[in-house]
Write a protein that binds this ligand. Structure first.
Ligand code: ATP
Length: 236
């Protein structure tokens, strides 16, 4: 479904991605783990068209997307939940969710997807008229995931959904990600919380200093001495 081939992304003279190659197959949950500053967010922003690679290719369903603007990429079926949630604090829950569907015209589909989001996150239905900025951190993350689902993506990109959340909320969010995947959405999950991410993903990649340094099934990565020492000790 998604393939990055030798992608190099720069911020001015700083090279953030070095020859990154990875792929996500339809139906999978694939995770990209790595330390702070490894280049995980840059990978997502390069897929979404917010940053353009200086060289390399990105194919989505066989079509090159690395020169497209973000709105074209959303239209093709890629939707991102950005790091730090970035919901609209002054808008209500319903308005935030509506914004996720702003490129769609199918009113019935939008209404049924909103019900789907409420079935995943019943608390959002209870908070439907409340301003997004007044929600708890966990609820805001749910809203950010819900808003991305409202675009009805084929591929959902998530940037550190566990960041700053209590363990019980993290578990809930990860269960919902698994549910969304089993309902038919392919997922690419960027996480520092390697333990949780590898527990729900089918496969994973490890990123260090802008390079992909390991690639394997989640079970093998969880069992790997290197991953255990470098990444699994980091979490509470
Ligand atoms: P984190 O988990 O902290 O978000 P990350 O793995 O997502 O880290 P990136 O945010 O992709 O890493 O950063 C990769 C590198 O690019 C880092 O060295 C970072 O300092 C640099 N970088 C990121 N954004 C910019 C920017 N706007 N301008 C210049 N350098 C940047």
């Amino acid at each position: 479904m998604l393939e990055l081939k030798n992608v190099n992304t720069y911020y001015g003279v700083i090279q953030a991605l070095r020859d990154v190659s990875l792929h996500v197959d339809e139906g999978e949950i694939v995770t990209l783990i790595g330390a702070n500053g490894a280049g995980k967010s840059t990978t997502l922003m390069t897929i979404c068209g917010i940053q353009h690679p200086r060289s390399g290719t990105i194919l989505f369903k066989g079509k090159p997307i690395h020169e497209l603007p973000p709105n074209e990429i959303v239209k093709l079926g890629i939707s991102q939940v950005p790091e730090g949630r970035l919901i609209f604090p002054e808008l209500t829950v319903a308005e935030n969710l509506d914004l996720g569907a702003f490129l769609r015209r199918d009113k019935d589909g939008i209404a049924s997807d909103m019900e789907y989001v409420f079935s995943l996150f019943p608390i959002l239905k209870q908070r439907i008229g409340q301003a997004g900025g007044t929600l708890s951190g966990g609820e805001q993350q749910m809203l950010a995931v819900g808003r991305a689902i409202m675009a009805r993506p084929k591929l959902l990109l998530l940037d550190e959904p566990s960041l700053g959340l209590a363990p019980i909320i993290i578990q809930q969010i990860f269960q919902i990600i698994q549910k969304v995947n089993s309902d038919g959405t392919t997922v690419f999950l960027v996480e520092q919380n390697a333990n949780q991410a590898l527990r729900i993903a089918h496969r994973g990649y490890v990123m260090e200093n802008g390079c992909v340094t390991m690639e394997d099934s989640s079970a093998n990565l969880l069992a790997s001495e290197k991953v255990r020492t470098a990444y699994l000790g980091m979490e509470a």
